[in-house]
Design a binder for this molecule. Structure first.
Ligand code: PLP
Length: 391
């Protein structure tokens, strides 16, 4: 019989108290989906403006059907790591389709986006090497960089002069280097300057990895940030997730065949983790089928986001993510509560997820939102939230 040591209890309680005092305690809320954009939370029916399911695909009948059929055929789980016996027949099809969408030679699918970033970076970058990261990169990019045990250099958000200066000062000290950044920034919705990054990466022989968790399906005709504004940038490491616009679960890397093979052989989060459930892989295949065939559909979330930014006189949205930065955490919590009373679910985002002093409403737009609801949301924010600010 084991007894929990009281020092453990004390440690946990003290930590929680500290976070409570700073308004940083996080809590889970049961949220029941009621369709593509509506949810039930705390007995209230609300329109969800906080989901990353930008295309409403997680509720799409064809995708649910594909998932159920695969579960019937192959079972609920993969049963083992892909390198053991978990590499069920659907994986090949998914990796082929991802590579085709992203214009890469090959693709490798992971358990999640977090597992992808925390595995890819240390599989390619060693203790003598360096990673150069945008300061607003996702937490799992920082986590992956830390696991390399090499150097990491953080550049100011989208500041190419700063990145160039760091590369000039530091790159020569290391055999290999990587530049890692979100392609579409998860909390700000802006895009990385991919063309400039490709150029700097080329000049300094640094391997560029973009994280397109919020790009695939909704930016660049659904192909992601490397293809935004009609471009076609050669990014050697295009990483992303199947858990947002794709509507299911999983992560991926699109790269050359050699790099993908190295990842399959060397990457610990790929090797030592069970394959995805067949239903999840089938759902992603079906989702990619819908995205490839319908460019107009992939543009709808951005169109709605632009309606919203126009209504509020904000700079035009570049992606389906629009931050309304209020700064103060208490004020942001109050704003979210006010919006909830109007049946809009917008989860307040606060430090440490975003930098100190930049607490915000992070509003995300989905193909299933009604334009009238977007306009009503903008009106309430203008009159009751930003309005207060000005007075
Ligand atoms: C959500 C997210 C991830 C993690 O992907 P999961 O599949 O949810 O683990 C990685 N990077 C960025 C930028 C994200 O927003």
């Amino acid at each position: 019989m084991s007894k929990t040591p009281s020092s453990l209890e004390n440690f946990a309680l003290a930590k929680l108290d500290g976070m409570e005092a700073q308004n940083l305690r996080r809590r889970l809320t049961v949220t029941e989906p009621l369709g593509a954009v509506e949810v039930m939370q705390g007995g209230r029916r609300m329109i969800n403006f906080s989901s990353n399911d930008y295309l409403g695909l997680n509720q799409h009948p064809l995708i649910k059907k594909a998932s159920m059929e695969a579960t019937e055929k192959y079972g609920a789980g993969a049963g083992a790591s892909r390198l053991v016996t978990g590499n069920h027949p659907l994986y090949q099809e998914l990796e082929m389709r991802l590579a085709r969408l992203k214009g890469s030679e090959d693709a490798v699918v992971f358990g999640s986006g977090f597992l992808a970033n925390s595995g890819i970076i240390p599989a390619l970058i060693g203790p003598d090497d360096a990673v150069f990261l945008d300061e607003l990169s996702h937490a799992c990019i920082f986590y992956g960089a830390r696991l390399t045990q090499g150097a990491h250099h953080v550049f100011r958000h989208n500041d190419m002069d700063h990145l160039r200066a760091l590369l000039e000062a530091e790159r020569h000290k290391h055999p290999h280097a990587m530049i890692a950044t979100d392609g579409v920034f998860s909390m700000d919705g802006d895009l990385a300057p991919i063309g400039n990054l490709v150029e700097l990466a080329g000049t300094h022989d640094a391997w560029l990895m973009t994280d397109d968790a919020h790009g695939i399906g909704v930016v660049g005709g659904g192909r992601g940030s490397s293809f935004a504004h009609g471009a076609r940038h050669a990014v050697p490491l295009q990483m992303g997730t199947l858990s947002k616009a794709i509507g299911g679960y999983g992560g991926y890397l699109c790269a050359s065949h050699a790099v993908c093979e190295l990842i399959r052989t060397r990457c610990r989060t790929f090797i030592y983790s069970t394959g995805l459930p067949p239903g999840a892989v089938a759902a992603s295949i079906a989702a990619l089928g819908l995205i490839e065939g319908d460019r107009e559909f992939t543009e709808r979330p951005l169109t709605l986001a632009r309606t919203f930014t126009r209504e509020l006189n904000l700079p035009a949205a570049e992606s389906p993510i629009v931050p309304v930065i209020l700064g103060d955490t208490d004020k942001t919590l109050a704003a979210a509560k006010l919006l909830a009373d109007e049946s809009f679910l917008i989860v307040p985002i606060r430090p440490p997820t975003v930098p100190e002093g930049t607490a915000r409403l992070r509003i995300t737009f989905s193909a299933g939102h009604k334009e009238a609801d977007v306009i009503r949301l903008a009106k309430i924010i203008r009159e009751k939230i930003i309005g207060e600010d000005v007075s």
